[in-house]
Design a protein around this ligand. Structure first.
Ligand SMILES: *[C@@H]1O[C@H](CO)[C@@H](O)[C@H](O)[C@H]1NC(C)=O
Ligand SMILES: *[C@@H]1O[C@H](CO)[C@@H](O)[C@H](O)[C@H]1NC(C)=O
Ligand SMILES: *[C@@H]1O[C@H](CO)[C@@H](O)[C@H](O)[C@H]1NC(C)=O
Length: 408
């Protein structure tokens, strides 16, 4: 099915067919799960840091918690390994192998463990000669590595782009790995960083990227800070004319991990990330420590109504409609003519400020006719009731916080 998108331009509503994503039947809604990078990075010293090093024990603990504490039930099903899982050399048959000290059971056994809990396992490799952290890359071994992952029972591959050589090798590598994964016959979600690396060298052809990848990174790694979060949001809105039409069922722009539940964001900033990642139809890959997470952050990450905005079957990526007086208004068309709407207060001084939301600011085709029913989903749930054509809501929005609404 073709994705569709709308954009308010010069007061007119444009309706443009979007791009069909990679047709492997996967990621028809944005993938959800957990990825180790932002929180655990490349800690390989298990003697000094046994509980936080990149090891099978860490992933087994996360798998247990994802199954036991409502994460899987909420939709977070991909448990994903990032860089630094590999041994420093391939084996005698050139096959990849995991670091034998930190993953003594090997990846196949870990995949069995994860699958037994109803979860799926993601892994990491790189299109170049070495991964970003310097472990053996896949260049020259795309078919062999794809087959190794399939043999192990891998369900998602994050394919990084360090040490790629030149642009031709980068792009050919991403295409070849996509084809190689397909030929294994196993369902493996393919998460690319192709546009992030190619953007520096050329104009990215998103139509093509979406034909080969289920999701793709466009911008820098996220960090655990409001500054980092803002740069990702601003990059996405600045490029929305390119990015929004590329997204749809089967292929998604990936603004990188959810860092909710860590150290760097205030409560209001956590709400902003959850609201905007849902509006942006972003993959929801948490990077946090599920063994130690504030109940309020857990509740936010597991909010079913907010997740439903992200996972909406229409698969349209939301976009910024308005930037005025240090407020940002975003909207995301949903199936059945509904709309998700967010208002962020980008003023970082003072208290809550009132935003006056009127129907005329929103997508004109709002299918609710003379009866628009509004529910606030974040920061707290509130039923505003139903209105006819004219309404003006006075929304108090906290500094660096966001109000997320659903309009039926
Ligand atoms: C890229 O590098 C490869 C291998 O060194 C070489 O064969 C090819 O000509 C290069 N392509 C471009 C466009 O520079
Ligand atoms: C391989 O590609 C074909 C054609 O796009 C698709 O129908 C099939 O589902 C894919 N198989 C896998 C395992 O990805
Ligand atoms: C972009 O890729 C698509 C699909 O591969 C192709 O049909 C199209 O011609 C490309 N556009 C440009 C400008 O190269």
């Amino acid at each position: 099915m073709l994705g569709v998108w709308w954009l308010l331009a010069a007061g007119a509503v444009l309706w443009v067919p979007g791009v069909p994503g990679l047709s492997n039947g996967l990621a028809r809604t944005p993938p959800m799960g957990w990825l180790h990078w932002e929180r655990f990075m490349c800690e390989t010293d298990c003697e000094k840091n046994p509980s936080n090093c990149i090891s099978e024990q860490l992933f087994m603990q996360m798998a247990d918690l994802m199954a036991a504490e409502g994460w899987l039930k909420a939709g977070y099903k991909y448990l994903c390994i990032d860089d630094c899982w590999l041994a420093t050399k391939r084996d005698a048959n050139n096959r990849l192998k995991a670091d034998p000290t930190r993953f003594p059971g090997g990846i196949k056994k870990l995949a069995d463990y994860v699958h037994a809990r109803g979860l799926l396992l993601g892994i990491y490799q790189d299109v170049g000669t070495k991964t970003c952290a310097g472990y053996p890359g896949s260049q020259g071994f795309y078919e062999l590595d794809a087959q190794t992952f399939a043999d192990w029972g891998i369900d998602l591959l994050k394919f990084d782009g360090c040490n790629y050589g030149n642009l031709t090798m980068l792009e050919d590598g991403y295409r070849r790995m996509s084809i190689a994964l397909n030929r294994t016959g196993r369902n493996i979600v393919y998460s690319c960083e192709w546009p992030f690396y190619a953007r520096r060298l050329t104009k990215v052809n998103y139509t093509e990227v979406a034909e080969y990848c289920n999701s793709w990174r466009n911008f820098d790694d996220i960090e655990d800070s409001w500054t980092s979060l803002k740069t990702v949001i601003d990059f996405t809105s600045a490029l929305q004319d390119q990015l929004v039409p590329a997204a749809g069922p089967g292929g998604w722009n990936d603004p990188d991990m959810l860092v909710i539940g860590n150290f760097g964001l205030s409560w209001n900033q956590e709400v902003t990330q959850m609201a905007l990642w849902s509006i942006m139809a972003a993959p929801l890959l948490m990077s946090n420590d599920l063994r130690d997470i504030h109940p309020r952050s857990r509740e936010l990450l597991q909010n079913q109504e907010v997740i439903a905005v992200n996972q909406d079957p229409l698969g349209v990526q939301g976009y910024r409609v308005l930037k005025v007086d240090s407020f940002e208004l975003w909207e995301k068309p949903l199936a059945g003519g509904s709309l998700a709407v967010s208002v962020t207060n980008r003023q970082e001084i003072g208290g809550a400020r009132q935003f006056h939301l009127s129907r005329g600011m929103l997508w004109k085709g709002l299918a609710c006719g003379d009866k628009c029913c509004l529910t606030q989903l974040l920061p707290t749930r509130y039923e505003y009731g139903c209105f006819n054509e004219t309404f003006i809501l006075q929304l108090p929005v906290n500094p660096s916080g966001t109000v997320l609404l659903r309009v039926e």
